[in-house]
Design a binder for this molecule. Structure first.
Ligand code: NCD
Length: 304
Protein backbone atom coordinates (compact mmCIF):
# COMPACT_ATOMS: atom_id res chain seq x y z
CA UNK A 1 0.00 0.00 0.00
CA UNK A 2 1.26 3.45 -0.93
CA UNK A 3 0.93 6.66 1.07
CA UNK A 4 1.81 10.19 -0.04
CA UNK A 5 3.67 11.81 2.85
CA UNK A 6 6.47 13.58 0.99
CA UNK A 7 6.66 14.51 -2.69
CA UNK A 8 9.77 12.29 -2.91
CA UNK A 9 7.45 9.30 -2.38
CA UNK A 10 6.55 9.71 -6.07
CA UNK A 11 8.96 8.97 -8.93
CA UNK A 12 9.20 11.39 -11.84
CA UNK A 13 7.34 8.86 -14.01
CA UNK A 14 4.54 8.69 -11.45
CA UNK A 15 4.29 12.50 -11.34
CA UNK A 16 4.17 12.63 -15.14
CA UNK A 17 1.40 10.02 -15.12
CA UNK A 18 -0.63 11.97 -12.53
CA UNK A 19 -0.36 15.10 -14.68
CA UNK A 20 -1.43 13.12 -17.73
CA UNK A 21 -4.46 11.66 -15.92
CA UNK A 22 -5.41 15.11 -14.52
CA UNK A 23 -5.30 16.56 -18.03
CA UNK A 24 -7.48 13.70 -19.28
CA UNK A 25 -9.98 14.32 -16.45
CA UNK A 26 -10.16 17.99 -17.47
CA UNK A 27 -10.90 16.92 -21.07
CA UNK A 28 -13.21 13.96 -20.32
CA UNK A 29 -14.79 14.34 -16.85
CA UNK A 30 -17.72 12.03 -17.63
CA UNK A 31 -15.35 9.08 -18.11
CA UNK A 32 -14.35 9.35 -14.45
CA UNK A 33 -17.64 10.02 -12.73
CA UNK A 34 -18.19 6.49 -11.40
CA UNK A 35 -14.60 5.36 -10.93
CA UNK A 36 -14.78 5.52 -7.12
CA UNK A 37 -18.38 4.46 -6.62
CA UNK A 38 -18.84 3.10 -3.05
CA UNK A 39 -15.38 4.37 -2.02
CA UNK A 40 -15.00 6.76 0.91
CA UNK A 41 -12.48 9.52 1.49
CA UNK A 42 -11.98 10.73 5.05
CA UNK A 43 -10.64 14.26 5.51
CA UNK A 44 -9.06 14.71 8.94
CA UNK A 45 -8.17 18.39 9.22
CA UNK A 46 -6.64 19.52 12.50
CA UNK A 47 -5.79 22.93 10.96
CA UNK A 48 -7.80 25.47 8.91
CA UNK A 49 -8.23 24.89 5.18
CA UNK A 50 -10.48 25.95 2.34
CA UNK A 51 -8.96 24.80 -0.95
CA UNK A 52 -7.17 21.65 0.13
CA UNK A 53 -10.04 20.08 2.04
CA UNK A 54 -12.82 21.15 -0.30
CA UNK A 55 -10.89 20.22 -3.45
CA UNK A 56 -10.20 16.77 -1.97
CA UNK A 57 -13.88 16.37 -1.16
CA UNK A 58 -15.01 17.68 -4.55
CA UNK A 59 -12.46 15.35 -6.17
CA UNK A 60 -13.92 12.26 -4.47
CA UNK A 61 -17.50 13.35 -5.17
CA UNK A 62 -16.71 13.88 -8.87
CA UNK A 63 -15.26 10.37 -8.95
CA UNK A 64 -18.61 9.06 -7.69
CA UNK A 65 -17.39 8.39 -4.14
CA UNK A 66 -18.38 9.74 -0.75
CA UNK A 67 -16.68 11.81 1.90
CA UNK A 68 -16.63 11.98 5.69
CA UNK A 69 -14.42 13.74 8.19
CA UNK A 70 -13.87 16.77 10.36
CA UNK A 71 -12.51 20.21 9.67
CA UNK A 72 -11.14 21.20 13.07
CA UNK A 73 -9.46 19.41 15.92
CA UNK A 74 -12.04 20.82 18.35
CA UNK A 75 -14.82 18.72 16.81
CA UNK A 76 -12.84 15.47 16.94
CA UNK A 77 -11.73 13.30 19.87
CA UNK A 78 -8.33 15.02 19.69
CA UNK A 79 -10.07 17.60 21.91
CA UNK A 80 -10.52 14.80 24.49
CA UNK A 81 -6.84 13.89 24.30
CA UNK A 82 -6.91 11.05 21.77
CA UNK A 83 -3.60 10.37 19.97
CA UNK A 84 -3.25 10.75 16.20
CA UNK A 85 -2.40 7.04 15.96
CA UNK A 86 -5.62 5.96 17.66
CA UNK A 87 -7.77 8.38 15.63
CA UNK A 88 -6.29 7.22 12.34
CA UNK A 89 -6.40 3.56 13.21
CA UNK A 90 -10.13 3.84 13.80
CA UNK A 91 -10.92 6.12 10.83
CA UNK A 92 -9.09 3.66 8.58
CA UNK A 93 -11.82 1.11 9.48
CA UNK A 94 -14.46 3.52 8.16
CA UNK A 95 -12.83 4.79 4.96
CA UNK A 96 -10.79 3.70 1.93
CA UNK A 97 -8.37 6.63 1.88
CA UNK A 98 -7.50 9.45 4.29
CA UNK A 99 -6.30 13.01 3.64
CA UNK A 100 -4.86 14.53 6.79
CA UNK A 101 -3.68 18.02 7.71
CA UNK A 102 -1.97 18.59 11.05
CA UNK A 103 -0.09 21.40 12.78
CA UNK A 104 2.63 18.97 13.91
CA UNK A 105 5.43 18.20 11.47
CA UNK A 106 5.51 14.45 10.85
CA UNK A 107 1.94 13.74 12.05
CA UNK A 108 0.77 12.22 8.72
CA UNK A 109 3.90 10.07 8.65
CA UNK A 110 3.15 8.80 12.17
CA UNK A 111 -0.46 8.20 11.09
CA UNK A 112 0.62 6.16 8.07
CA UNK A 113 2.28 3.62 10.38
CA UNK A 114 -1.08 2.84 11.99
CA UNK A 115 -3.39 3.04 9.00
CA UNK A 116 -4.99 0.21 7.07
CA UNK A 117 -5.63 2.59 4.14
CA UNK A 118 -3.51 5.10 2.16
CA UNK A 119 -2.71 8.35 3.99
CA UNK A 120 -2.23 11.59 2.08
CA UNK A 121 -0.35 14.41 3.79
CA UNK A 122 -2.51 17.50 3.22
CA UNK A 123 0.02 19.74 5.00
CA UNK A 124 2.05 19.09 8.18
CA UNK A 125 3.09 22.18 10.13
CA UNK A 126 5.83 24.18 8.44
CA UNK A 127 7.18 21.04 6.80
CA UNK A 128 5.60 19.67 3.62
CA UNK A 129 2.51 19.92 1.42
CA UNK A 130 2.91 17.41 -1.41
CA UNK A 131 -0.56 17.72 -2.95
CA UNK A 132 -0.13 21.49 -3.29
CA UNK A 133 3.07 20.68 -5.15
CA UNK A 134 1.24 18.33 -7.50
CA UNK A 135 -1.22 21.18 -8.09
CA UNK A 136 1.70 23.55 -8.77
CA UNK A 137 3.32 21.09 -11.20
CA UNK A 138 0.09 20.61 -13.14
CA UNK A 139 -0.31 24.39 -13.29
CA UNK A 140 3.27 24.95 -14.48
CA UNK A 141 2.94 22.22 -17.11
CA UNK A 142 -0.33 23.65 -18.42
CA UNK A 143 0.66 27.30 -18.29
CA UNK A 144 4.34 27.08 -19.32
CA UNK A 145 4.20 23.83 -21.32
CA UNK A 146 7.27 22.40 -19.57
CA UNK A 147 8.75 21.50 -16.19
CA UNK A 148 12.40 21.97 -17.20
CA UNK A 149 14.50 25.04 -18.14
CA UNK A 150 12.87 27.36 -15.64
CA UNK A 151 14.06 30.13 -13.35
CA UNK A 152 11.71 30.08 -10.40
CA UNK A 153 11.40 32.96 -7.94
CA UNK A 154 10.08 31.90 -4.54
CA UNK A 155 8.96 34.90 -2.55
CA UNK A 156 7.73 35.53 0.98
CA UNK A 157 7.86 33.19 3.95
CA UNK A 158 10.40 30.62 2.81
CA UNK A 159 11.08 29.55 6.38
CA UNK A 160 7.64 28.32 7.42
CA UNK A 161 6.01 28.01 3.98
CA UNK A 162 5.53 24.27 3.54
CA UNK A 163 4.37 24.61 -0.08
CA UNK A 164 7.76 26.07 -1.03
CA UNK A 165 9.64 23.24 0.71
CA UNK A 166 7.75 20.56 -1.20
CA UNK A 167 7.94 22.47 -4.49
CA UNK A 168 11.74 22.71 -4.26
CA UNK A 169 11.93 18.99 -3.54
CA UNK A 170 9.88 18.28 -6.65
CA UNK A 171 11.51 20.70 -9.10
CA UNK A 172 15.11 19.63 -8.47
CA UNK A 173 14.48 16.48 -10.49
CA UNK A 174 13.93 18.42 -13.73
CA UNK A 175 16.71 19.71 -16.03
CA UNK A 176 18.09 23.22 -15.80
CA UNK A 177 16.10 24.57 -12.85
CA UNK A 178 17.35 27.68 -11.04
CA UNK A 179 15.86 29.17 -7.89
CA UNK A 180 15.77 32.80 -6.84
CA UNK A 181 14.88 32.99 -3.15
CA UNK A 182 13.27 36.31 -2.18
CA UNK A 183 12.55 36.94 1.50
CA UNK A 184 13.55 39.09 4.46
CA UNK A 185 16.56 37.58 6.30
CA UNK A 186 14.34 36.29 9.14
CA UNK A 187 12.20 34.24 6.73
CA UNK A 188 14.94 32.68 4.62
CA UNK A 189 14.76 29.09 3.40
CA UNK A 190 15.94 26.75 6.21
CA UNK A 191 19.54 25.54 6.02
CA UNK A 192 18.47 21.91 5.98
CA UNK A 193 16.82 22.49 2.60
CA UNK A 194 19.68 24.61 1.24
CA UNK A 195 22.30 22.07 2.27
CA UNK A 196 20.54 18.73 1.88
CA UNK A 197 18.43 19.51 -1.16
CA UNK A 198 19.87 22.41 -3.19
CA UNK A 199 23.62 22.13 -2.55
CA UNK A 200 23.61 18.34 -2.51
CA UNK A 201 22.00 18.23 -5.96
CA UNK A 202 24.05 21.15 -7.36
CA UNK A 203 20.96 23.26 -7.96
CA UNK A 204 21.87 26.93 -8.49
CA UNK A 205 20.13 29.50 -6.29
CA UNK A 206 20.51 33.15 -5.35
CA UNK A 207 19.04 35.02 -2.38
CA UNK A 208 17.49 38.50 -2.46
CA UNK A 209 15.39 40.66 -0.17
CA UNK A 210 13.37 42.49 -2.88
CA UNK A 211 11.31 41.41 -5.86
CA UNK A 212 12.12 44.38 -8.13
CA UNK A 213 15.76 43.71 -8.88
CA UNK A 214 15.23 40.04 -9.83
CA UNK A 215 11.83 40.00 -11.50
CA UNK A 216 13.16 40.41 -15.11
CA UNK A 217 14.91 37.06 -15.06
CA UNK A 218 12.04 34.95 -13.73
CA UNK A 219 9.89 32.46 -15.65
CA UNK A 220 7.75 31.83 -12.58
CA UNK A 221 7.11 34.03 -9.56
CA UNK A 222 5.72 31.92 -6.70
CA UNK A 223 4.35 34.20 -3.98
CA UNK A 224 3.56 33.01 -0.45
CA UNK A 225 1.77 34.29 2.63
CA UNK A 226 3.72 35.09 5.80
CA UNK A 227 2.63 32.14 7.98
CA UNK A 228 1.22 33.99 10.98
CA UNK A 229 0.23 30.81 12.83
CA UNK A 230 3.84 29.57 12.98
CA UNK A 231 5.30 32.68 14.66
CA UNK A 232 6.25 32.56 18.31
CA UNK A 233 5.27 36.16 18.94
CA UNK A 234 2.88 38.67 17.40
CA UNK A 235 5.45 41.49 17.20
CA UNK A 236 7.74 39.49 14.87
CA UNK A 237 4.78 38.80 12.61
CA UNK A 238 3.74 42.46 12.61
CA UNK A 239 7.28 43.51 11.70
CA UNK A 240 7.61 41.02 8.83
CA UNK A 241 4.11 40.71 7.42
CA UNK A 242 4.50 43.39 4.77
CA UNK A 243 8.05 42.59 3.66
CA UNK A 244 7.24 41.24 0.18
CA UNK A 245 4.23 42.70 -1.60
CA UNK A 246 3.66 42.24 -5.31
CA UNK A 247 2.11 45.24 -7.07
CA UNK A 248 1.40 45.89 -10.77
CA UNK A 249 4.24 48.40 -10.73
CA UNK A 250 6.78 45.74 -9.78
CA UNK A 251 5.65 43.63 -12.75
CA UNK A 252 6.58 46.25 -15.36
CA UNK A 253 10.00 44.73 -16.01
CA UNK A 254 8.86 41.09 -15.79
CA UNK A 255 8.85 38.79 -18.83
CA UNK A 256 5.62 38.88 -20.83
CA UNK A 257 5.19 35.13 -20.37
CA UNK A 258 6.20 34.92 -16.71
CA UNK A 259 3.51 33.27 -14.60
CA UNK A 260 2.53 34.34 -11.08
CA UNK A 261 1.56 31.52 -8.74
CA UNK A 262 0.36 31.51 -5.12
CA UNK A 263 -1.02 28.51 -3.20
CA UNK A 264 -3.59 30.88 -1.59
CA UNK A 265 -4.97 32.08 0.76
CA UNK A 266 -3.65 35.54 -0.05
CA UNK A 267 -3.61 38.13 2.71
CA UNK A 268 -2.01 41.27 1.25
CA UNK A 269 1.11 39.95 -0.49
CA UNK A 270 -0.42 40.36 -3.97
CA UNK A 271 -2.48 43.50 -4.53
CA UNK A 272 -5.87 42.75 -6.08
CA UNK A 273 -4.99 44.90 -9.13
CA UNK A 274 -2.51 42.15 -10.12
CA UNK A 275 -5.45 39.72 -10.52
CA UNK A 276 -6.26 41.39 -13.86
CA UNK A 277 -2.73 40.87 -15.20
CA UNK A 278 -2.64 38.07 -17.79
CA UNK A 279 0.32 36.56 -15.95
CA UNK A 280 -1.68 35.97 -12.75
CA UNK A 281 -2.40 32.21 -12.64
CA UNK A 282 -3.21 31.65 -8.97
CA UNK A 283 -6.96 31.20 -9.33
CA UNK A 284 -6.46 28.76 -12.18
CA UNK A 285 -3.94 27.00 -9.96
CA UNK A 286 -6.62 26.53 -7.26
CA UNK A 287 -8.98 25.15 -9.94
CA UNK A 288 -6.40 22.59 -11.11
CA UNK A 289 -5.99 21.35 -7.51
CA UNK A 290 -9.21 19.35 -7.75
CA UNK A 291 -8.16 17.52 -10.93
CA UNK A 292 -4.73 16.48 -9.73
CA UNK A 293 -6.27 15.26 -6.46
CA UNK A 294 -8.75 13.18 -8.50
CA UNK A 295 -5.78 11.64 -10.31
CA UNK A 296 -4.00 11.00 -7.00
CA UNK A 297 -7.03 9.32 -5.40
CA UNK A 298 -7.34 7.02 -8.44
CA UNK A 299 -3.66 6.13 -8.21
CA UNK A 300 -3.59 5.43 -4.47
CA UNK A 301 -6.81 3.39 -4.65
CA UNK A 302 -5.38 1.55 -7.68
CA UNK A 303 -8.46 2.31 -9.78
CA UNK A 304 -7.90 2.24 -13.54
C1 NCD B 1 -1.17 26.65 1.87
C2 NCD B 1 -0.92 25.81 3.10
O1 NCD B 1 -1.89 25.39 3.78
O2 NCD B 1 0.24 25.55 3.38
N1 NCD B 1 -2.52 26.69 1.51
C3 NCD B 1 -3.02 25.72 0.69
O3 NCD B 1 -3.07 24.58 1.03
N2 NCD B 1 -3.42 26.09 -0.53
C4 NCD B 1 -0.53 28.00 1.93
C5 NCD B 1 -0.83 28.88 3.10
O4 NCD B 1 -1.64 28.55 3.98
O5 NCD B 1 -0.27 29.97 3.12
Amino acid sequence: MKHLIDISDLSTTEIDELIEVANDIIENPVKYQEKCKYKKLATLFFEPSTRTRLSFEAAMIELGGNVLGFSEAASSSAAKGESISDTVRVVSYYSDIIAMRHFKEGAPMAASLKSDVPIINAGDGGHNHPTQTLTDLLTIKREKGRLQDLTIGLCGDLKFGRTVHSLINAMIRYENIKFVLISPPELKLPDYIKNDVLDKNNIPYEEYADIEEVVPKLDILYMTRVQKERFFNESDYERLKDSCILTSDKLKTAKKDMIILHPLPRVNEITTAVDDDKRACYFNQARYGKYIRMALILKLLEVN
